[in-house]
Design a binder for this molecule. Structure first.
Ligand code: HEC
Ligand code: HEC
Length: 483
């Protein structure tokens, strides 16, 4: 108990408990009192479907190639579409004009030369560290306050809606992104050493087109893992709407609401599903948006080059065709994104993993990271339809507090709202990408740090983790590592 007293004093110092006095009387309900190690921890029941996170689409790879597999139930015909899309995902685009007419049109302003450059091994990107200016998988969205005709953010007038660190010859680049980190006050943990989180500060330097608008808003974002996206596309709107609780009618402190975004293809507003703020409606828009925003490639869906009037040399740059990516190649990227498999759980039936699952449920993580659901019919993708899946997301927007806020609205998402990210594949991050950077801008260096960044609607969950006994917390992390 010697430990318990010192630690709970620091928990109190940070206002973690609601007790007002200096010497709170220990009671069974007092959350600051450590669970004695002797009391056995709860073990959650095991569902035999659980190991197959993607239902019958699940693959069983656990190595560095775990995120580049086609779904297990893929047909021969669709396998060839997967391979065509994979080739387009991996290929390096080159400036126009070039002899390879189907591969040219990069830029004039761009961030990377291929999808894979950011989505390394189809996993997640890592942020730039220190003062390095190497292009990395962290991109910065830009806007000024207000909303456009379809509810979208208003682009920064000179630099547009995304900062471009690279450019073709003869066109100035927009500049570079500098990230520095500063340590925050230590976060206490019951019975364990406290954790010091590092908060990023972003500066755009070497600006190629003069100053940014004084009221510019920045949203730095890291490339997301590519697994299981077709299954997320196949979750019916009705499920998302049933999970939403914008006015917190059940009074559990968790709201959750879907983003609503513009579908250029359908010419109407639809639910947002993809991106850190659920700012894209589907995988075709996401691919076309990436071609345009990240590589300067026009496509059938987004045919206009994204140069602003303040960038004449960008506007005059050579084009690689109109559009640069035709309908078939865009469709192949969308098909590929739909058909990348989710890897199976490892050790889901083990007792320590199930103890961690009980801890996950007890901390209320499942209120946003929804464990299971069933997909409906996704037109054109019978393999993805009617699957029982375990994505650990509700695809809804939640306010995670000021510390994580970017202060930039994105359609309905406010500056402090983020889409609950799926947690499937989480435990393979280090194997696939060689790092464990998490959250929208990669600021968290570990899963525990990612949890400790949770505030706002998730504050009670985070505090529950801070108050867990070391054994229970370790079980929680073991469970998350099995996803
Ligand atoms: C410059 C780095 C970069 C490049 C290049 C890039 N992406 Fe991304 N990708 C990102 C980032 C960052 C996000 C999150 C975007 C957001 O939140 O707005 C993302 C998100 C996605 C998502 C959504 C995943 C999810 O869970 O919601 C898909 C799908 C995707 N990218 C596909 C592609 C495709 C296809 C290409 C190539 C045409 C591509 N990306 C090129 C950085 C990149
Ligand atoms: C109120 C909803 C909510 C609750 C409750 C919640 N989370 Fe999250 N979680 C989110 C959102 C939203 C993000 C993305 C935040 C960001 O990127 O800035 C996130 C991110 C994460 C990440 C990083 C994922 C990634 O892809 O980078 C992990 C790991 C995680 N949560 C685990 C947990 C655990 C464990 C709990 C319970 C202790 C929990 N979360 C409770 C909404 C929630």
């Amino acid at each position: 108990m010697r430990f318990g007293i010192t630690v709970s004093a620091s928990l109190l110092a940070l206002g973690l408990t609601s007790c007002g006095g200096n010497t709170p009387a220990p009671s069974p309900d007092d959350p600051s009192v450590e669970t004695p190690e002797e009391i056995p921890l709860e073990v959650a029941p095991f569902d035999p479907d659980e190991p197959r996170s993607g239902g019958t689409t699940t693959v069983f790879h656990t190595g560095p190639e775990a995120f580049v597999q086609p779904i297990a139930n893929i047909t021969v015909e669709r396998k060839s579409r997967f391979l065509l899309g994979e080739a387009n995902f991996e290929v390096d685009w080159i400036p126009a004009p070039a002899s390879q007419r189907d591969r040219d049109g990069l830029g004039p302003l761009f961030h990377a030369t291929s999808c894979l450059a950011c989505h390394v091994a189809n996993g997640r990107g890592a942020p730039v560290t220190g003062n390095t200016k190497a292009p990395a998988s962290l991109l910065v969205r830009l806007s000024v306050p207000g909303t456009g005709p379809h509810g979208e953010p208003v682009p920064e007038p000179t630099y547009g809606d995304q900062f471009q660190p690279r450019s073709i010859d003869g066109v100035p680049s927009e500049g570079q992104v500098q990230v520095t980190y500063e340590s925050l006050p230590a976060m206490p943990l019951q019975g364990a050493a406290s954790v010091t989180l590092q908060a990023p500060r972003y500066t755009l330097v070497e600006l190629g087109y003069g100053p940014l608008a004084p009221d510019v808003r920045l949203s730095p974002r890291i490339a997301q893992p590519m697994v299981g996206l077709g299954l997320l596309a196949a979750i019916p709107d009705a499920t998302l709407l049933a999970w939403a609780d914008p006015d917190d009618r059940d009074g559990n402190g968790i709201r959750g609401r879907p983003n609503r975004v513009w579908s250029a293809k359908e010419g109407r507003e639809v639910l947002g599903r993809f991106g850190w703020k659920a700012n894209q409606p589907d995988l075709e828009h996401q691919a076309a948006g990436a071609l345009l925003g990240d590589m300067g490639l026009t496509s059938t869906l987004f045919p206009q080059t994204p140069c602003t009037p303040a960038q004449p040399r960008c506007q005059q740059g050579a084009t690689g065709g109109e559009p640069e990516v035709d309908a078939a190649n865009l469709a192949s990227l969308s098909d590929y994104s739909h058909l990348i498999a989710v890897p199976a759980r490892r050790g889901a039936d083990r007792e320590d993993v199930r103890t961690g699952k009980a801890a996950f449920l007890r901390a209320g993580c499942d209120r946003c990271h929804r464990p299971a659901t069933t997909t409906s019919e996704l037109p054109g993708f019978p393999e993805l339809s009617h699957q029982r899946i375990w994505p650990y997301t509700d695809l809804l927007l939640h306010d995670l507090g000021e510390a994580l806020a970017d202060g930039r609205a994105d359609h309905l998402a406010t500056g402090s709202e983020w889409r609950t990210p799926p947690l499937w594949g989480l435990g393979l991050t280090a194997t696939v990408n060689g790092h464990t950077r998490l959250l929208h801008d990669g600021r968290a260096r570990s899963v525990l740090e990612a949890i400790l960044w949770h505030g706002g609607e998730a504050r009670a969950s985070r505090e529950a983790v801070q108050r867990m006994s070391p054994k229970e917390r370790a079980a929680l992390l073991t469970f998350l590592d099995s996803l």
